[in-house]
Design a protein around this ligand. Structure first.
Ligand code: DX5
Ligand code: ZN
Length: 231
C-alpha cells in the first residue's frame, strides 16, 4: 500500500484566524501544511512571508505533539535570501521554481545547508530537463497543475502526463540509488480528480479551495483518502 500525503494549502484559509485554521486542518487529517509564498514579481499576487511562517510553526503539530511538515512553496524571484529566511522561520521543506533562481544548484544547496529538504517546482510549460542534473540534491518534485499565483483555478489535464514522466524518472532514480523523492501535485486538486493524479504517480497532494472552501475539512480529506484507496 502506497503512502499518500494530503497537504492543505492555507492560501484558502481564513487569514484572520490562521493558527486555528492550521490546528483544525491538522485535526481533520492533514499530513503537511502547504504554505504559498507569492511576491507580486514572479507571480502576480502577494501573500505571506517568513513572519507568518514563524507564527504558525508552533501550530504545526498533532494533538500528541508529533510535528506536521511545514511545506513552503516559494513563488518568488530571486529565491536565495527568502529561502534562508524561511529556513530560519521553521520551514521543513522549501520548494522553488527553477526559472526564478539564477543558480539552481546553488539554491538547492543553500536550502539543504540550512537544514531543510529542498525541491523544484515545474509550471505547466516548464521543461523537466534540470532533473537530469539535480536529483541528488532534490527531496521533492512539485508539478503545478495550474499556473501559479492564485487558489481556486481549474486543474490543467496536461499535468497528468508530466507527472507520469517525473514518476518514471524518480522510479529509475530510486532503482539506481535507493533514495525516495516525493512527487507532489498542486492546483485544482479535489476529491474527484485526486485518484487520477495518484494513478499518474503523485504521492503528495496540495489542495486549497477544495478543503478550506468547505465547512467540514475532515469530510473532504476523508473523501480524498477514500478515493485514493479505491484507485
Ligand atoms: C497556486 C498555489 C496553490 C494553490 C492551490 O499558485 O501554489 O498551492 O493554493 O489552490 P487550489 O487547491 O485551490 O487550486
Ligand atoms: Zn502551492
Amino acid at each position: 500500500m502506497k503512502t499518500y500525503r494530503i497537504a492543505p494549502s492555507i492560501l484558502s484559509a481564513d487569514f484572520a484566524r490562521l493558527g486555528e485554521e492550521v490546528r483544525d486542518v491538522i485535526a481533520a487529517g492533514a499530513d503537511f501544511i502547504h504554505f504559498d509564498v507569492m511576491d507580486n514579481h514572479y507571480v502576480p499576487n502577494l501573500t505571506i512571508g517568513p513572519l507568518v511562517a514563524e507564527a504558525i510553526k508552533p501550530h504545526c503539530k498533532r494533538a500528541d505533539g508529533t510535528p506536521v511538515t511545514l511545506d513552503v512553496h516559494l513563488m518568488v524571484e530571486p529565491v536565495d535570501a527568502l529561502a534562508a529566511l524561511f529556513a530560519k522561520a521553521g520551514a521543513d521543506i522549501i520548494t522553488f521554481h527553477p526559472e526564478a533562481s539564477r543558480h539552481v544548484d546553488r539554491t538547492l544547496q543553500l536550502i539543504r545547508d540550512a537544514g531543510c529538504k529542498a525541491g523544484l517546482v515545474f509550471n505547466p510549460a516548464s521543461s523537466l530537463e534540470v532533473l537530469d542534473y539535480e536529483l541528488d540534491k532534490i527531496d521533492m518534485v512539485l508539478i503545478m497543475s495550474v499556473n501559479p499565483g492564485f487558489g481556486g483555478q481549474s486543474f490543467i489535464d496536461g499535468a497528468l502526463d508530466k507527472t507520469r514522466r517525473v514518476r518514471a524518472k524518480l522510479d529509475a532514480y530510486k532503482a539506481r540509488t535507493g533514495r525516495d523523492v516525493l512527487l507532489e501535485i498542486d492546483g485544482g486538486i479535489k476529491p474527484d480528480n485526486i485518484a487520477a493524479a495518484a494513478a499518474a504517480g503523485a504521492d503528495t497532494f496540495v489542495a486549497g479551495s477544495a478543503i478550506f472552501g468547505k465547512p467540514d475539512y475532515k469530510a473532504v480529506i476523508d473523501a480524498m483518502r477514500a478515493n485514493l484507496a479505491a484507485a
